[in-house]
Design a protein around this ligand. Structure first.
Ligand code: ATP
Length: 367
């Protein structure tokens, strides 16, 4: 019988509540005691009322709720050892021996750091007289498991992250609304969507709404190339009678010379070179809002069940798992590897080494 805590961390994503619900109920179903850590790592560092036992009915109705009902935060203290030392003490005080973190690559990096440091943290607590030898012996290992909650779909080793399809749906609906007014006034709209190192949201929403042009961080081009190509395509569409123009820009779009491509840059080109009446719509936090779509509810639920199973099966020698989905099957991947790969992909994109970035992304699924 284990005491399993769950927390949500980093940016909120639709489906996080469904994940927490599945973890709580699955833990109870398997005879374990579930706990929720409120406010992400910040709650872990503060302890006390931030760590609460959860019951079956506590998560009733959570499957459909957007955001995260147990809160999330960015926590500077947890990035430093003293913060992690308090987190360790708080978990031991609450009797918790396994932690499931639902968050993006930053949160999962934190989880991995925490687990690798755990032996030295408990030793320090013992040496300082903050925990008894009995507790020290009992809490030799902390099982950590990650589920990926992130609207950007930017994590390696999984085809989809919890929240990405809900966000995609929100963006498509927003562009559908924009379409009507763009058509009416024969206007151009530059729609800025989230995605710093990953253009998945921009690319998929552009495809799903028949955008004229899409700018993503992963597309290699010089400033002249994208400007010429966009103008040529938009002009062609206009000459064939299309009254609206939609250009989707990922917030991390960047040219080969490392100049960011902003919505304003795109607008200026459409206005100055094509004379189009152009507006910018930055979707912002609307992309995170609302209930989770069916896919995210399903993904979050299946991954929650798998996370509890993984925690129960992990031995001290098993690398911490991250729960992903590959070709419609829920899979376990080594968390540390997935995090490392994701960071390497981001670094390769930043240095405009696209071949390497794509090879790294593919390597996550090579075996
Ligand atoms: P999103 O993809 O939405 O940005 P994220 O999980 O990547 O989500 P971050 O802000 O990067 O969000 O990380 C969330 C929290 O995880 C941080 O505020 C910090 O507390 C913890 N964290 C991140 N990186 C580390 C690290 N290297 N060591 C310890 N803790 C970390």
């Amino acid at each position: 019988k284990r005491n399993i805590a769950v927390m949500t961390s980093g940016g909120d994503a639709p489906g996080m509540n469904a994940n927490v619900r599945a973890i709580v109920r699955s833990a109870i179903f398997r005879g374990c005691k579930p706990f929720a850590v409120y406010e992400g790592y910040s709650g872990l560092v503060k302890g006390g009322d931030y760590i609460k036992e959860m019951h079956w009915e506590d998560v009733r109705g959570w499957l459909v709720e957007g955001g995260t009902l147990i809160g999330t935060a960015r926590c500077k203290e947890f990035t430093q050892r003293p913060g992690r030392l308090s987190a360790c003490k708080n978990l031991i005080d609450a009797g918790i021996d396994a932690l499931i973190v639902c968050g993006g690559d930053g949160s999962l990096t934190g989880a991995d750091v925490f687990r690798s440091e755990w032996p030295s943290l408990i030793k320090e607590l013992l040496d300082n007289g903050q925990i008894t030898r009995e507790k020290y012996e009992k809490h030799q290992h902390l099982n950590i498991c990650g589920t990926v909650g992130s609207i950007d779909n930017d994590m390696c080793s999984t085809n989809a992250t919890i929240g990405a399809y809900s966000s995609l749906d929100r963006i498509c609906r927003a562009i559908d609304y924009i379409d009507a007014t763009a058509n009416s006034h024969s206007r151009a709209f530059v729609v800025e969507v989230m995605g710093r190192h990953c253009g998945w949201l921009a690319l998929m929403s552009g495809l799903a709404t028949s955008a004229d042009y899409i700018l993503i961080p992963e597309k290699p081009s010089s400033s002249k190339e994208w400007q010429d190509q966009m103008c040529e395509i938009v002009s062609k569409h206009r000459s064939r009678g299309r009254r609206k123009t939609i250009v989707v820009v990922a917030e991390g779009a960047i040219a080969n010379d490392l100049t960011p491509i902003t919505s304003k840059d795109v607008k200026d080109v459409l206005v100055n070179r094509l004379g189009l009446d152009t507006r910018i719509t930055t979707l912002g936090h609307v992309q995170r809002g609302g209930t989770a779509v069916a896919y995210d509810r399903m993904l979050a639920t299946l991954q929650g069940v798998e996370a509890v199973q993984a925690v129960l099966e992990c031995t001290p020698d098993t690398p911490s798992p991250m729960i992903g989905i590959k070709e419609n099957k829920i899979v376990r991947r080594p968390l540390a590897e997935a995090v490392k790969l994701t960071k390497s992909v981001a670094a390769a994109i930043d240095s405009r080494n696209f071949k390497k970035a794509m090879e790294l992304r593919d390597s996550a699924f090579s075996e």
